[in-house]
Unconditional design. Sequence first.
Length: 256
Amino acid sequence: MEENRFTLAGKVALVTGASSGIGAAIAKGLAEAGACVAVAGRRVERLTSLVDELTSAGKRAIGVCLDVTDFESIKHAFDQVETTLGTVDVLVNNAGVANPKNFIKTAPEDLDFIMATNFRGCWHVAQEAAKRLIAADKSGSFINISSVLGEGAQLGQSAYAASKGAVNQMTRNLAIDLMRYGIRVNAIAPGWFRTEMNDAYFATEAGQKYIQQIPPRRLGDLNELIGPVILLASDAGSFVNGAILPVDGALHAHIT
Ligand SMILES: NC(=O)c1ccc[n+]([C@@H]2O[C@H](COP(=O)([O-])OP(=O)(O)OC[C@H]3O[C@@H](n4cnc5c(N)ncnc54)[C@H](OP(=O)(O)O)[C@@H]3O)[C@@H](O)[C@H]2O)c1
């Protein structure tokens, strides 16, 4: 058996939305697996403290200011990473927002807010990464952070679920489109992990009750996302392409 199948040594990873929650945890996991990591987001002070943590642990990391809804910001962030670390060959498209609302009360601007970050942001960042990899004649792996709501439905989540459904379809289609360039595209569909996105809800009685009703009867630990990401990012996942991998303690398999 090949020893270093899961290593990311020599890879340059970019993680969007790495200033908190899932993105920060994934960035740390990628660095531990040997990748040089660019952590991206709008809250630069958060990125700086994550970079300090990684570099003092002997990892190579930089922070880049990135708003995934802004083309110029995307280009500028990729320029910075390319100059400092090299061409991005592992992209984790993780930046996302939620704003649960009844369908009838969802205004056009509510829908735009969700789609601009969760779907179009993911799309434009992937396109920029693909163009640069193709120009550099390098292979790569893109991992889109979708959600269990990319396939399933939940009350009050129509806009968010639609954005993640679009991410899933984009994942499958890009896998086919980019295969000829040696770029694999997969998604991870997390179940529930406590982050700034849902902290307030899971702190309520209703939130705690909900946790007891889902199959694992607990939230995921952020570290439980790292192994699946490394599998998809590394050569260990060389024939995994166009997949949507649930990491949710069987939530997706559950019928209430
Ligand atoms: N937590 C869960 O249970 C769960 C479940 C399924 C899927 N997810 C998905 O996991 C991803 C991460 O969410 P999280 O739970 O870790 O929530 P979080 O802690 O709120 O993190 C969201 C991240 O997205 C970034 N972001 C938001 N808008 C952005 C923009 N316009 N440009 C760049 N970055 C932006 C934020 O960074 P800045 O504010 O610094 O820009 C932040 O780092 C999201 O795609 C979410 O949909 C989460």
